[in-house]
Design a protein around this ligand. Structure first.
Ligand code: ATP
Ligand code: MG
Length: 401
């Protein structure tokens, strides 16, 4: 490997969290702090680390005391949060039964590296104490990094923790890594043994949510599919048409939810009820669940409606009005009428009337369904450039009633 530990240490010292810690604790501090996992892997790959995971080679108390913060401790997992920094004690993990949460016990850094998911995630650099600057990793980690492949550390890995199957797809997509041959066999064996049924839906959901928030969630869903993991999570789950999902994403604006859109694309064909049940099982927040379930169930129908719409008011009506879900319209547009969907997403949905229900009441319209009908007529006139201001919109509403 081209990068020497000394270069790694200085690259780490350029990152905010490690530099702050070294400034506050001093380079000689013991028990030693180590940076582990993704940050070191990313530096070795020449990528910018997303976040920095730290472990302490000993009790957390002295570090917390030196940082002067009252630690928020999570004894069961030997972790603490002190002064905005997350620390974990180096630990060993044992799995009481497949798929269960591990029991943890204090251990050495070397043992901590052995509990990790993939060899390329076992790199650790010592930040403080006598070993400062030392690089450690699993025996095959450097080879796997050079060959750009994901490999487990032992053959029971996916049985111990099946959520690693989803993590694998996420890393494969993000890092553009392949899956080592023996690990492929382990995946197949684990899936055949039905390991995904041993973990709670929420833990699978947590990993799915991370996967959907990747820079390229489509690629990550495709990786899940190529490894045949998606259908084992749920028979309804699987991104069959990745180009469809890409077209939908291309229609979204930056503030829209890519994660919801991709998951809806991967659940197309399910009914709203089935989709909602799955999303509940995976612990999705209620709003995400409702939007995704609606999108899954209605995308085809809205797509057909958009196809026959041409005037702006018709497009807006076909889309379901200004408060419709952008994920639904994007997916509908990806199925067929991209131009109508784009017009609604980029422009129509943002246009608002200058009048409201109160104006119609003042004008003598009785409270009740007539108000909504009047406003809909005013909106249609506004979108079709026939009612640019409040007076003409009011006139359009009253004319329709
Ligand atoms: P990212 O770049 O997304 O932060 P990461 O590799 O840092 O990726 P995290 O989810 O932050 O991943 O986890 C930190 C480290 O903890 C990982 O590098 C991995 O070594 C280890 N880890 C996390 N989850 C598991 C797991 N389920 N099984 C084994 N090791 C895990
Ligand atoms: Mg991390």
């Amino acid at each position: 490997m081209a990068t020497r530990p000394a270069d790694l240490l200085s690259a780490l010292e350029d990152l905010t969290e490690p530099s702050r810690l070294i400034a506050r604790l001093g380079g000689g501090f013991t028990p030693a702090l180590w940076v582990v996992g993704g940050a070191v892997r990313d530096l070795l790959l020449g990528r910018v680390p997303a976040d920095v995971d730290l472990i302490v080679d000993g009790p957390l108390g002295p570090v917390a005391a030196a940082l002067g913060g009252e630690p928020v401790r999570h004894e069961r997992f030997l972790t603490a949060r002190v002064g905005g920094v997350d620390l974990a004690r180096a630990r060993r993990e044992t799995y009481p039964r497949p798929g269960a949460l591990p029991t943890v016990a204090p251990a050495t850094v070397a043992e901590d590296l052995r509990r990790r998911d993939f060899t390329v995630n076992t790199f650790a650099v010592c930040l403080t104490g006598p070993e400062r600057g030392t690089l450690r990793c699993a025996p095959t980690a450097e080879r796997d990094l050079a060959e750009r492949q994901l490999a487990t550390l032992h053959e029971r890995s996916f049985l111990d923790d099946p959520t690693r199957l989803v993590r694998l797809a996420r890393y494969a997509a993000r890092l553009d890594f392949s899956v080592e041959e023996r690990t492929r066999d382990e995946i197949e064996a684990a899936l055949t043994a039905g390991v995904l049924t041993t973990v709670t839906g929420v833990r699978i959901g947590n990993e799915l949510r991370k996967l959907l928030c990747e820079p390229d969630p489509v690629r990550a869903m495709v990786a899940l599919r190529e490894l045949k993991i998606d259908g084992r999570i749920a028979t309804q789950l699987g991104l069959i048409d990745d180009q469809l999902a890409r077209r939908a994403l291309a229609l979204l604006e930056p503030e829209d939810r890519r994660d919801r859109t991709v998951l809806a694309a991967a659940l197309l064909g399910s009914s709203a009820e089935v989709a909602a049940q799955l999303l509940d099982r995976w612990g999705f927040p209620a709003e995400d669940r409702d939007v995704i379930a609606r999108t899954v169930a209605q995308a085809e129908r809205v797509s057909r409606r958009l196809e026959y719409a041409s005037a702006p008011s018709e497009i807006d009506w076909a889309a379901g009005g200004p408060d419709s879900d952008p994920e639904l319209i994007a997916l509908a547009g990806a199925i067929h009428p991209a131009n109508a969907a784009r017009e609604w997403l980029v422009e129509l949905r943002h246009r608002r009337l200058a009048i409201g229900g109160a104006d119609l009441l003042t004008a003598g319209v009785p409270a009740g369904p007539a108000i909504a009908r009047g406003l809909a007529a005013a909106r249609a006139a506004m979108l079709d450039d026939e009612a640019p201001d409040a007076a003409s919109q009011l006139a359009a509403a009253l004319a329709a009633l």
